[in-house]
Design a protein around this ligand. Structure first.
Ligand SMILES: NC(=O)c1ccc[n+]([C@@H]2O[C@H](COP(=O)([O-])OP(=O)(O)OC[C@H]3O[C@@H](n4cnc5c(N)ncnc54)[C@H](OP(=O)(O)O)[C@@H]3O)[C@@H](O)[C@H]2O)c1
Length: 272
C-alpha cells in the first residue's frame, strides 16, 4: 500500500529533489509558500496535493493543517524540510530577524507537527536539521541555535509522547542548493548596520556563494532521507557528508579549545 507523506519546503533544493523520488508511488502533501509554485507542484504528479504554508506567517499553519487533516485518514511520514538562514553578528542583529529564524526553522515545524500528530500514530517524523546543530558557527549563530533547538524539542517530544511515533534528525553538511544565495539576498540588506564587521560579512557572502557551487549533491541527502524512511529501525540521527561527521566529533571537544580554533579560523579567513 502506498504511503502518505507531508513535506514542507518542497519547492526547492532538498525538498524538491525528494518529491521527484517519492511522488510516483505515494500520496504527497507538498508545502509551498509562494503561490507561483502551486501549479508547478501539481504538474510533477497527480499524487501531489500542494498546500500553502508560510512559517514566517504563523497564522497560515492552522489552515494548512486543517486542509491536510480533512483530506487524509493517516499520515505515514511528516518530513520537516522548510528552512532559511538568518546571519549576522549577535551584538547587532535585529531581534525581529532572530524571531523569524525561529518561526521558520523551529516553531513552524513544531506547530504543524502538533496539529498533525493525531493522524501520525504509527508514523515517523523526519526533520532536516543541519551540522549547524552540533555547535556554533560564528555569524550564523541564529541558524545554528534554531537547528539545535529543533533537535532538542523534538527529542523531548519523543521521550514524552504517548503517541506511537518515531523521530529522526538528519544533519547535512554543505549541500549545493539555492539556500545559500537566498541567504545572501535576505541578509545582505542589513550588512551596512553591522559597522566594524564588514570584512566578516564579505567572507560570509563569498563562502555562501562558493558553497552553493561546491556543496554535496542534494541526492546524498535524499538517499539518507529515504534510508531513514524505509528502515525498520531508523537511527535517531544521521549525518550527511564528511563535514557534518567532523562537526559531530568537534562537538565532543572542550568549548574553550573549539573557541580557540574558531578564533584562529576567523583571523585567517577575514584577514583581507
Ligand atoms: N543547503 C545546505 O547546505 C543545507 C545544509 C544543512 C541543512 N539544510 C537544511 O535543509 C533544508 C532545505 O534547505 P535547502 O538547502 O534545500 O534550501 P532551499 O532550496 O532554499 O529550500 C528551502 C525550502 O524551504 C522553503 N521555505 C523557506 N522559507 C519558508 C517559510 N517561511 N515558510 C515555508 N517554507 C519556507 C523554501 O520555499 P521557496 O522555494 O519559496 O524559497 C524551499 O522550499 C533547510 O531546513 C536547511 O536548513 C541545508
Amino acid at each position: 500500500m502506498s504511503k502518505t507523506y507531508v513535506i514542507t519546503g518542497s519547492t526547492s533544493g532538498i525538498g524538491r529533489a525528494l518529491l521527484e523520488r517519492i511522488a510516483p508511488e505515494s500520496v504527497v502533501f507538498a508545502g509551498y509558500r509562494n503561490e507561483t509554485h502551486k501549479a508547478e507542484l501539481e504538474s510533477v504528479s497527480p499524487n501531489i496535493c500542494p498546500f500553502y504554508v508560510d512559517y514566517a506567517k504563523p497564522e497560515t499553519i492552522k489552515t494548512a493543517a486543517d486542509y491536510i487533516l480533512s483530506k487524509t485518514e493517516k499520515i505515514d511520514r511528516l518530513i520537516n524540510i522548510a528552512g532559511c538562514v538568518v546571519a549576522g553578528p549577535i551584538e547587532k542583529i535585529e531581534i525581529s530577524e532572530l524571531r523569524r529564524q525561529f518561526d521558520v526553522n523551529v516553531f513552524g515545524h513544531l506547530e504543524l507537527t502538533q496539529r498533525l500528530l493525531e493522524k501520525l500514530d504509527g508514523g515517523r517524523i523526519i526533520n532536516i536539521s543541519s551540522m549547524a546543530s552540533f555547535g556554533v558557527f560564528p555569524f550564523v549563530a541564529p541558524y545554528c541555535a534554531s537547528k539545535r533547538t529543533l533537535d532538542m524539542l523534538f527529542n523531548s517530544m519523543l521521550l514524552e509522547t504517548k503517541h506511537n511515533i518515531e523521530v529522526v534528525s538528519i544533519k547535512p553538511g554543505v549541500i549545493a542548493t539555492p539556500l545559500w544565495s537566498k541567504s545572501v539576498d535576505e541578509n545582505s540588506k542589513y550588512f551596512e548596520k553591522y559597522g566594524d564587521f564588514q570584512k566578516e560579512m564579505k567572507y560570509l557572502v563569498a563562502n555562501a556563494l562558493s558553497n552553493e557551487k561546491d556543496g554535496l549533491s542534494v541526492e546524498k541527502v535524499v538517499d539518507t532521507i529515504l534510508k531513514a524512511d524505509t528502515s525498520n529501525k531508523p537511527r535517531l540521527s544521521y549525518t550527511v557528508g564528511a563535514d557534518s561527521f567532523c562537526a559531530s566529533l568537534t562537538a565532543k571537544l572542550p568549548q574553550g579549545l573549539v573557541n580557540k580554533l574558531i578564533r584562529l579560523g576567523i583571523k585567517l579567513k577575514c584577514r583581507k
